[in-house]
Design a protein around this ligand. Structure first.
Ligand code: MG
Length: 293
Protein backbone atom coordinates (compact mmCIF):
# COMPACT_ATOMS: atom_id res chain seq x y z
CA UNK A 1 0.00 0.00 0.00
CA UNK A 2 1.46 3.41 -0.92
CA UNK A 3 2.46 5.69 1.97
CA UNK A 4 0.06 8.56 2.46
CA UNK A 5 0.72 11.94 4.00
CA UNK A 6 -1.65 11.03 6.83
CA UNK A 7 0.42 8.05 7.95
CA UNK A 8 3.36 10.41 8.55
CA UNK A 9 1.36 12.56 10.93
CA UNK A 10 0.84 9.81 13.47
CA UNK A 11 4.43 8.49 13.63
CA UNK A 12 4.97 6.60 16.87
CA UNK A 13 7.89 7.91 18.89
CA UNK A 14 11.09 6.09 19.73
CA UNK A 15 13.30 7.13 22.63
CA UNK A 16 17.08 7.39 22.53
CA UNK A 17 19.01 7.72 25.80
CA UNK A 18 22.39 9.46 25.65
CA UNK A 19 24.60 9.34 28.71
CA UNK A 20 27.90 10.57 30.10
CA UNK A 21 30.00 7.99 31.99
CA UNK A 22 32.11 9.26 34.92
CA UNK A 23 29.89 10.62 37.69
CA UNK A 24 26.74 9.72 35.74
CA UNK A 25 26.52 6.01 34.85
CA UNK A 26 29.67 5.31 36.85
CA UNK A 27 30.05 6.18 40.53
CA UNK A 28 32.41 9.15 40.96
CA UNK A 29 34.60 7.34 43.51
CA UNK A 30 34.30 3.60 42.76
CA UNK A 31 33.45 3.67 39.02
CA UNK A 32 30.75 1.06 39.79
CA UNK A 33 27.60 0.96 37.64
CA UNK A 34 25.75 -1.70 39.67
CA UNK A 35 22.99 0.70 40.83
CA UNK A 36 22.17 1.34 37.16
CA UNK A 37 22.25 -2.30 36.00
CA UNK A 38 18.53 -3.19 36.40
CA UNK A 39 17.59 -0.04 34.48
CA UNK A 40 20.19 -0.78 31.79
CA UNK A 41 18.53 -4.19 31.34
CA UNK A 42 15.09 -2.60 31.20
CA UNK A 43 16.20 -0.22 28.42
CA UNK A 44 17.57 -3.20 26.50
CA UNK A 45 14.32 -5.18 26.96
CA UNK A 46 12.32 -2.21 25.72
CA UNK A 47 14.66 -1.75 22.70
CA UNK A 48 15.61 1.77 23.77
CA UNK A 49 19.20 2.39 22.66
CA UNK A 50 21.66 3.74 25.24
CA UNK A 51 24.39 5.85 23.65
CA UNK A 52 27.53 6.37 25.72
CA UNK A 53 28.94 9.88 25.20
CA UNK A 54 32.14 10.75 27.02
CA UNK A 55 35.48 12.57 26.92
CA UNK A 56 37.12 9.14 26.97
CA UNK A 57 39.01 7.62 24.04
CA UNK A 58 37.82 4.81 21.80
CA UNK A 59 39.97 2.25 23.63
CA UNK A 60 38.69 3.30 27.06
CA UNK A 61 35.10 3.28 25.87
CA UNK A 62 35.31 -0.14 24.20
CA UNK A 63 36.30 -1.58 27.56
CA UNK A 64 33.48 0.13 29.48
CA UNK A 65 30.94 -0.67 26.80
CA UNK A 66 31.70 -4.34 27.25
CA UNK A 67 31.38 -4.09 31.01
CA UNK A 68 28.00 -2.35 30.55
CA UNK A 69 26.91 -5.03 28.05
CA UNK A 70 26.18 -2.29 25.53
CA UNK A 71 26.28 -2.83 21.76
CA UNK A 72 24.97 0.50 20.48
CA UNK A 73 26.85 3.35 18.79
CA UNK A 74 29.05 5.47 21.08
CA UNK A 75 30.60 8.94 21.01
CA UNK A 76 34.24 9.56 22.01
CA UNK A 77 36.48 12.48 23.00
CA UNK A 78 33.79 15.10 23.68
CA UNK A 79 31.85 14.72 20.44
CA UNK A 80 34.88 14.18 18.18
CA UNK A 81 33.82 10.86 16.64
CA UNK A 82 30.82 8.52 16.53
CA UNK A 83 31.47 4.78 16.28
CA UNK A 84 28.57 2.78 14.85
CA UNK A 85 28.88 -1.04 14.78
CA UNK A 86 28.97 -2.16 11.14
CA UNK A 87 25.52 -3.38 10.07
CA UNK A 88 23.73 -1.53 12.91
CA UNK A 89 21.74 0.43 10.30
CA UNK A 90 20.55 -1.04 6.96
CA UNK A 91 23.23 0.97 5.12
CA UNK A 92 26.43 2.79 5.94
CA UNK A 93 25.44 6.38 6.93
CA UNK A 94 26.42 9.20 4.59
CA UNK A 95 29.98 10.51 5.18
CA UNK A 96 30.93 7.54 7.39
CA UNK A 97 34.13 5.57 6.79
CA UNK A 98 34.99 1.98 7.71
CA UNK A 99 37.35 1.30 10.58
CA UNK A 100 37.86 -2.06 12.34
CA UNK A 101 34.23 -3.19 12.20
CA UNK A 102 32.76 0.27 12.79
CA UNK A 103 31.21 2.96 10.63
CA UNK A 104 32.84 6.14 11.86
CA UNK A 105 31.50 9.69 11.63
CA UNK A 106 33.96 12.43 12.59
CA UNK A 107 32.47 15.80 13.55
CA UNK A 108 35.82 16.58 15.22
CA UNK A 109 39.38 16.97 13.93
CA UNK A 110 42.08 14.30 13.65
CA UNK A 111 44.99 14.59 16.04
CA UNK A 112 47.30 14.98 13.03
CA UNK A 113 45.49 18.22 12.11
CA UNK A 114 45.67 19.46 15.71
CA UNK A 115 49.41 18.77 15.90
CA UNK A 116 49.98 20.49 12.56
CA UNK A 117 48.24 23.60 13.96
CA UNK A 118 50.33 23.47 17.16
CA UNK A 119 53.55 23.19 15.17
CA UNK A 120 52.68 26.20 13.01
CA UNK A 121 51.53 28.16 16.06
CA UNK A 122 54.78 27.50 17.88
CA UNK A 123 56.83 28.96 15.05
CA UNK A 124 55.23 32.39 15.61
CA UNK A 125 54.54 32.26 19.34
CA UNK A 126 56.71 31.04 22.18
CA UNK A 127 55.49 27.73 23.55
CA UNK A 128 53.66 28.31 26.82
CA UNK A 129 52.44 24.79 27.44
CA UNK A 130 53.59 21.21 27.68
CA UNK A 131 52.60 19.49 24.46
CA UNK A 132 51.88 15.81 25.15
CA UNK A 133 52.80 14.67 21.67
CA UNK A 134 56.25 16.26 21.95
CA UNK A 135 56.86 15.17 25.57
CA UNK A 136 58.08 11.80 26.81
CA UNK A 137 55.95 9.82 29.27
CA UNK A 138 58.58 10.60 31.96
CA UNK A 139 58.32 14.34 31.28
CA UNK A 140 54.52 14.19 31.55
CA UNK A 141 54.71 12.26 34.83
CA UNK A 142 57.19 14.77 36.23
CA UNK A 143 55.14 17.80 35.12
CA UNK A 144 51.66 16.56 36.04
CA UNK A 145 51.94 14.08 38.88
CA UNK A 146 49.96 11.53 36.84
CA UNK A 147 50.95 7.88 37.20
CA UNK A 148 52.88 6.35 34.29
CA UNK A 149 49.75 4.42 33.22
CA UNK A 150 47.61 7.57 33.36
CA UNK A 151 50.21 9.51 31.37
CA UNK A 152 50.32 6.81 28.68
CA UNK A 153 46.52 6.87 28.52
CA UNK A 154 46.41 10.67 28.33
CA UNK A 155 48.79 10.53 25.34
CA UNK A 156 46.74 7.87 23.51
CA UNK A 157 44.14 10.13 21.93
CA UNK A 158 42.91 10.29 18.33
CA UNK A 159 40.96 13.56 18.23
CA UNK A 160 42.27 15.88 20.90
CA UNK A 161 45.52 17.10 22.41
CA UNK A 162 45.81 17.80 26.14
CA UNK A 163 48.00 20.79 26.94
CA UNK A 164 49.41 21.45 30.39
CA UNK A 165 49.32 25.24 30.47
CA UNK A 166 52.50 26.83 31.76
CA UNK A 167 51.99 30.43 30.64
CA UNK A 168 49.73 33.09 32.16
CA UNK A 169 45.98 33.64 31.64
CA UNK A 170 46.53 36.36 29.03
CA UNK A 171 48.68 34.03 26.93
CA UNK A 172 46.05 31.34 27.32
CA UNK A 173 43.27 33.65 26.08
CA UNK A 174 45.40 34.64 23.07
CA UNK A 175 46.10 30.99 22.26
CA UNK A 176 42.39 30.11 22.49
CA UNK A 177 41.57 32.97 20.08
CA UNK A 178 44.18 31.70 17.57
CA UNK A 179 42.85 28.13 17.88
CA UNK A 180 39.28 29.32 17.23
CA UNK A 181 40.38 31.39 14.23
CA UNK A 182 42.09 28.28 12.80
CA UNK A 183 38.85 26.26 13.09
CA UNK A 184 39.50 24.45 16.37
CA UNK A 185 38.00 24.70 19.83
CA UNK A 186 39.32 24.29 23.35
CA UNK A 187 37.86 22.74 26.46
CA UNK A 188 39.16 23.45 29.94
CA UNK A 189 39.31 20.22 31.92
CA UNK A 190 40.23 19.88 35.57
CA UNK A 191 43.94 19.72 34.79
CA UNK A 192 44.42 20.23 31.08
CA UNK A 193 43.37 22.59 28.34
CA UNK A 194 42.18 20.28 25.55
CA UNK A 195 42.52 21.30 21.92
CA UNK A 196 39.94 19.64 19.66
CA UNK A 197 37.88 20.16 16.50
CA UNK A 198 34.86 22.49 16.44
CA UNK A 199 32.53 19.97 18.01
CA UNK A 200 31.01 19.09 21.37
CA UNK A 201 28.88 16.36 22.93
CA UNK A 202 25.71 18.10 21.69
CA UNK A 203 26.81 18.42 18.05
CA UNK A 204 27.69 14.70 17.89
CA UNK A 205 24.44 13.75 19.66
CA UNK A 206 22.37 15.71 17.13
CA UNK A 207 24.24 14.10 14.23
CA UNK A 208 23.69 10.60 15.61
CA UNK A 209 19.99 11.26 16.26
CA UNK A 210 19.68 12.47 12.64
CA UNK A 211 21.33 9.23 11.53
CA UNK A 212 18.82 7.09 13.50
CA UNK A 213 16.01 9.23 12.06
CA UNK A 214 17.24 8.76 8.48
CA UNK A 215 16.66 5.01 8.76
CA UNK A 216 13.29 5.08 10.53
CA UNK A 217 9.70 6.22 10.12
CA UNK A 218 9.31 6.69 13.85
CA UNK A 219 10.00 10.05 15.43
CA UNK A 220 13.11 9.91 17.62
CA UNK A 221 13.06 11.70 20.96
CA UNK A 222 16.08 12.24 23.13
CA UNK A 223 16.87 11.90 26.83
CA UNK A 224 20.37 13.09 27.79
CA UNK A 225 22.06 12.72 31.16
CA UNK A 226 25.29 14.09 32.58
CA UNK A 227 26.86 15.62 35.68
CA UNK A 228 29.38 18.20 34.43
CA UNK A 229 29.74 21.46 32.48
CA UNK A 230 30.92 19.62 29.34
CA UNK A 231 27.55 17.77 29.31
CA UNK A 232 25.50 20.97 28.94
CA UNK A 233 25.66 21.04 25.10
CA UNK A 234 24.27 17.50 25.04
CA UNK A 235 21.58 18.31 27.63
CA UNK A 236 20.47 21.37 25.61
CA UNK A 237 19.66 19.30 22.49
CA UNK A 238 17.61 16.75 24.47
CA UNK A 239 13.83 16.63 24.88
CA UNK A 240 14.38 15.59 28.50
CA UNK A 241 17.59 16.65 30.28
CA UNK A 242 18.77 14.80 33.38
CA UNK A 243 21.47 16.38 35.53
CA UNK A 244 22.88 13.70 37.81
CA UNK A 245 23.93 15.03 41.21
CA UNK A 246 27.63 14.80 41.99
CA UNK A 247 29.22 14.22 45.42
CA UNK A 248 32.01 16.70 44.59
CA UNK A 249 30.49 19.68 42.78
CA UNK A 250 27.12 21.47 42.50
CA UNK A 251 24.91 20.64 39.48
CA UNK A 252 25.93 22.76 36.45
CA UNK A 253 23.41 25.49 35.58
CA UNK A 254 21.14 24.71 32.63
CA UNK A 255 18.81 27.64 32.03
CA UNK A 256 15.43 27.57 30.33
CA UNK A 257 15.28 23.87 29.48
CA UNK A 258 11.62 22.85 29.00
CA UNK A 259 12.02 19.46 30.72
CA UNK A 260 14.86 19.30 33.21
CA UNK A 261 15.31 16.74 35.99
CA UNK A 262 18.04 17.27 38.62
CA UNK A 263 18.42 14.03 40.56
CA UNK A 264 18.30 13.85 44.36
CA UNK A 265 20.45 10.72 44.48
CA UNK A 266 24.07 10.64 43.31
CA UNK A 267 25.64 9.01 40.24
CA UNK A 268 24.22 5.76 38.81
CA UNK A 269 21.37 5.50 41.36
CA UNK A 270 20.28 9.05 40.54
CA UNK A 271 20.54 8.20 36.84
CA UNK A 272 18.45 5.04 37.20
CA UNK A 273 15.67 6.72 39.23
CA UNK A 274 15.44 9.61 36.76
CA UNK A 275 15.30 7.29 33.72
CA UNK A 276 12.58 5.26 35.45
CA UNK A 277 10.60 8.38 36.30
CA UNK A 278 10.84 9.64 32.71
CA UNK A 279 10.29 6.40 30.78
CA UNK A 280 8.81 3.78 33.11
CA UNK A 281 6.81 5.61 35.78
CA UNK A 282 5.11 2.34 36.85
CA UNK A 283 8.39 0.68 37.87
CA UNK A 284 9.85 3.21 40.29
CA UNK A 285 9.61 0.98 43.34
CA UNK A 286 12.38 -1.26 42.12
CA UNK A 287 15.22 -3.02 43.89
CA UNK A 288 18.65 -1.74 42.97
CA UNK A 289 20.71 -4.58 44.33
CA UNK A 290 18.78 -7.74 43.60
CA UNK A 291 18.71 -9.79 40.44
CA UNK A 292 15.75 -9.58 38.12
CA UNK A 293 13.71 -12.74 37.46
MG1 MG B 1 30.93 13.18 34.08
Amino acid sequence: MPQTKQSQVSMPEQWLVVSDLDGTLLDHFTYSHSAADPTLRLLEEQAIPLILNSSKTREEMLELRQSLNNHHPFIVENGSAIFIPEGYFPRKPEHAHDENGYWVLEPGASRARLLEFLERDQQKHPRTYLNFEAASTEEIVAATGLSTAEAVQAQARDYSEPLLWQGDEQQKAAFIARANAAGFSTLQGGRFLHLLGQTDKGIATRLLKKTYQAFSDREYRLIASGDGPNDLDMLRVADIAIIVRSPVHPPPALNAHPQLIVTDELGPLGWALAIRAALFPDTQQFQTGGSTP
